[in-house]
Write a new protein. Structure first.
Ligand code: KG4
Ligand code: ZN
Length: 330
């Protein structure tokens, strides 16, 4: 049985985890940086990179202590090598390389998106390839056909903003605070999703992609009109996003042959309205719906450790001179 140390630092979450290839999570440690970025209403890359430098080492030590393990027990070190904010990615990858060099253990360079894409298999041992994955986070909104480890086909992506980005910008416009997704979801519970007429970009379109920029502009206009309560705008915005996600996913499902499950991952998958709507869609299509637990949907190191375990058991390790990448499509 292989034990993998996973490291994540591609955005504003610093994390370290110890994951075994039998799906046991021995430890997972995470430090958010919300307080550091909140005054700016968004993630400041330079502040994030500095925070990762300070926090990652102690988090690795804390994870090892919680697992009752030492670096000698670890079989491979998996670190996010991109995509993400390049300063942060470099901190995690260089830390992984240093640990690999010092211990003589192999390095597995993990694509952060692959971490999200395979995380449902950590949570659900019965989830087999191929499956259709809706990956919805702050940086990405994609539909992926996951055929195997390292074997992904992108069916759709966003032509402008990611869904999480739209949540974050809406929260900022409505003065609901940061991080935006959970704040909009909370406000939406007190609002009427039918109160504000908002567009559903690309819904019904023959092309496969997503678009959220027009929705964001419509939120701005609704706010400036001054006739709607922020809660009603939040609820109507959330409903518009759900409608867009469902329409596009339904279209992809009709074209993805042989898939047995609809899977959702990424930070926006923490949203209950999104989850419920996708569950309904999967039910209508007669397939399983798999969503990782909430903590595994947002950025964490257990998903990087698990992707590392899947790659390591497939014999996929990387040289120590591999470079960090700000952009790295799956
Ligand atoms: O996957 P993630 O932690 O980081 C990225 O790789 O982007 O996703 C973070 C994104 C943010 O945009 C955040 O606002 C959104 O996920 N998010 C949510 C919720 N929780 C997090 N969006 C809607 N509803 C939520 N409950
Ligand atoms: Zn992410």
């Amino acid at each position: 049985m292989a034990l993998i140390l996973g490291l994540e630092s591609s955005c504003d979450e610093t994390a370290a985890a110890l994951v075994r290839d039998d799906r046991t999570i021995l430890a997972h440690k995470l430090a958010g940086q919300e307080a550091e970025h909140a005054p700016y209403g968004g993630v400041v890359p330079e502040i994030a990179a500095r925070a990762h430098v300070e926090i990652l080492g102690p988090l690795v030590e804390a994870a090892l202590a919680e697992a009752g393990a030492t670096l000698a027990d670890v079989d491979a070190i998996a670190a996010t090598a991109g995509p993400g904010l390049i300063g942060g990615v470099m901190v995690g990858l260089v830390t992984g390389k240093a640990l690999a060099l010092a211990t003589g253990k192999p390095l597995v360079a993990v694509n952060h998106l692959e971490g999200h894409a395979l995380s449902p298999r950590l949570a659900d041992p019965e989830l087999e390839f191929p499956y259709l994955l809706l990956l919805v986070s702050g940086g990405h909104c994609q539909l992926l056909l996951v055929r195997g480890v390292g074997d992904y086909r992108r069916l759709a992506t966003t032509i402008d903003d990611a869904a999480g980005e739209a949540f974050d910008k809406t929260a900022k416009l409505l003065g609901l605070g940061f991080p935006g997704g959970p704040a909009v979801e909370r406000a939406a519970t007190k609002g009427d999703p039918k109160a504000v007429p908002l567009p559903r970009p690309l819904v019904g379109s023959a092309e496969p992609h997503f678009s959220f920029a027009g929705l964001k502009s419509a939120v701005l206009r609704a706010r400036d009109a001054g006739t709607h309560a922020p809660e009603d705008i939040a609820a109507s915005f959330q409903q518009a996003v759900v409608d867009c996600l469902i329409d596009r996913t339904k279209r992809a499902l009709a074209q993805a042959e042989g898939v047995t499950a609809l899977v959702v991952a990424g930070g926006v998958a923490a949203n209950q309205s999104v989850r419920h709507a996708l569950e309904g869609l999967a039910g209508d299509a007669g397939m399983r719906f798999v969503a990782p637990p909430l903590w595994l949907c947002t950025d964490n190191a257990a998903m990087i450790g698990w992707a590392g375990a899947e790659r390591f058991s497939a014999g996929l390790t990387d040289p120590l001179d591999i470079a960090a990448r700000a952009r790295w499509p799956l």
